[in-house]
Design a protein around this ligand. Structure first.
Ligand SMILES: Nc1ncnc2c1ncn2[C@@H]1O[C@H](COP(=O)(O)OP(=O)(O)O)[C@@H](O)[C@H]1O
Ligand SMILES: [Mg+2]
Length: 406
């Protein structure tokens, strides 16, 4: 049967998924950069306009100093005045003294010193934002320049808000996207949990009925006089019934809240290996290396055996028939026991080490890619332990490490 995780066109789901991720990221980056560039352009246009206004205003002030004051004051104040919201400070170039301010609001309860401090601060802000616009003071039109004054100005609130806008907008969107992502992945996990648990429960339930009837039939056959000299059949039948019982108990444990009990790790490993050994190629050697033979860990035995079986079978698959599986048990840290399962097979490609636990990832023709997903689930969700690829290389083999609480 075809692996359902591979699309009908044979496109690998995983490479596909990471390409999609990559495309989404690139599109998001283009949108982000694009909106920043666009608003920067708007800001520049607006800035230029404000500068033009100030220039015009400075020219008018310049003109008013040589012409008849009254009517021109009206023009500068009411018609070509800088945008009402633009704060302006005029500085004498020779003395560096503040001559006038416009639209600079300050607290009226301040004393003169405080006002000066405040104005100097505003002036610094203005200097940072814009180059000043000079006003050339003459006695008469066309005569020599007597002095120069500088008009410093701040950008309008609108302009400042507009230049901050894309950054604020993008950060709000980013925060929102992050929260949405968390919510989605949480609900996806919850859904996966329900599928695992439901399917496992149903399987255990369905197996239960024929299994108990099978057990009764075996007992019936055992008592039958015609079977007297064929007890070998009964023994084989019994083995298969036990095997079915084991499968049922695995599924029923996955489908419930499995009970954890203190078990001696090396004993469980030895028993599992004794069971597996006759079922794999006789050219595969097994070595169990327990430097502290009586280490115990909290585990659900049927599930943990399932884990070991899956990892060992993958190791055997990786070595094409001949090789060695080494299982090392030891103390990881205070209260933690590790179990390393090492093979001398072909290893996992560097880029794929992270992928092996994902559902559907397989490099085998007849693989389902669910073995290690199940293993990870059993260790992390049911045992609160850890499992990871400790090492893997093409010439040496692969080591999986399981860490359990003792
Ligand atoms: N010990 C190992 N050595 C090399 N590759 C491994 C080993 N264990 C797992 N893998 C890789 O991880 C994949 C997923 O393993 P698994 O989830 O058990 O699914 P399956 O065995 O059905 O392929 C395998 O197809 C293989 O490519
Ligand atoms: Mg497998």
């Amino acid at each position: 049967m075809q692996n359902p995780f591979k699309g009908s066109l044979g496109i690998d789901f995983y490479t596909n998924q990471s390409t999609i991720k990559y495309i989404v990221l690139v599109v998001a980056a283009i949108i982000g950069v694009g909106s920043i560039i666009y608003t920067t352009q708007l800001v520049n246009v607006l800035k230029e306009r404000e500068r033009e206004n100030i220039k015009l205003w400075a020219k008018a002030v310049e003109f008013s100093t040589v012409a008849d004051g009254g009517s021109l004051n009206f023009i500068t104040d009411n018609i070509i005045r800088p945008d009402n919201s633009l704060p302006v400070i005029i500085l004498d170039s020779a003395t560096n003294e503040i001559l006038t301010t416009r639209n600079v609001q300050f607290d009226s309860s301040l004393n003169q010193n405080q006002i000066d401090d405040y104005l100097n601060k505003v002036l610094d802000q203005m200097k940072a934002e814009n180059d000043p616009q000079p006003i050339l003071i003459r006695d008469r039109p066309g005569s020599k320049i007597v002095s120069i004054q500088y008009v410093y100005f701040r950008n309008s609130r609108l302009l400042r808000q507009l230049s901050a806008y894309p950054y604020i907008q993008l950060s709000v969107i980013a925060v929102f996207a992050f929260i949405a992502y968390l919510a989605f992945s949480y609900s996806r996990k919850a859904e996966q949990n329900r599928v695992w648990v439901g399917l496992a429960k149903e399987t255990a339930h369905q197996l239960g009925t024929p299994l108990s009837s099978l057990m009764a039939w075996v007992e019936y056959l055992r008592e039958l006089p015609q079977m007297e000299d064929r007890h070998d059949i009964i023994i084989e039948l019994n083995k298969d019934v036990q095997r079915l019982e084991m499968i049922t108990s695995r599924f029923s444990n996955i489908g419930s809240n499995p009970v954890l009990k203190n078990e001696e790790v090396s004993e469980v490993i030895e028993e599992t290996i004794a069971y597996l050994k006759p079922r794999v190629s006789s050219k595969v050697a097994f070595v169990i290396d327990a430097d502290a033979p009586h280490l115990s860990a909290k585990m659900n035995r049927p599930l943990f055996e399932w884990v070991v079986e899956n990892i060992v079978k993958n190791g055997v698959d990786a070595m094409s028939g001949i090789g060695k599986i080494t299982i090392t048990i030891g103390q990881e840290s205070e209260g933690m026991v590790f179990i390393d399962i090492a093979d001398d097979g072909k290893g996992i490609a560097k880029g794929k080490i992270k992928e092996v636990f994902k559902p559907g990832f397989t490099t085998k023709k007849r693989g389902w890619g669910l073995g290690l997903t199940l293993v990870k689930r059993i260790i992390e969700n049911y045992h609160m332990g850890k499992i990871f690829v400790k090492a893997s290389s093409a010439d040496v083999g692969t080591v999986f490490r399981i860490v359990l609480k003792d």
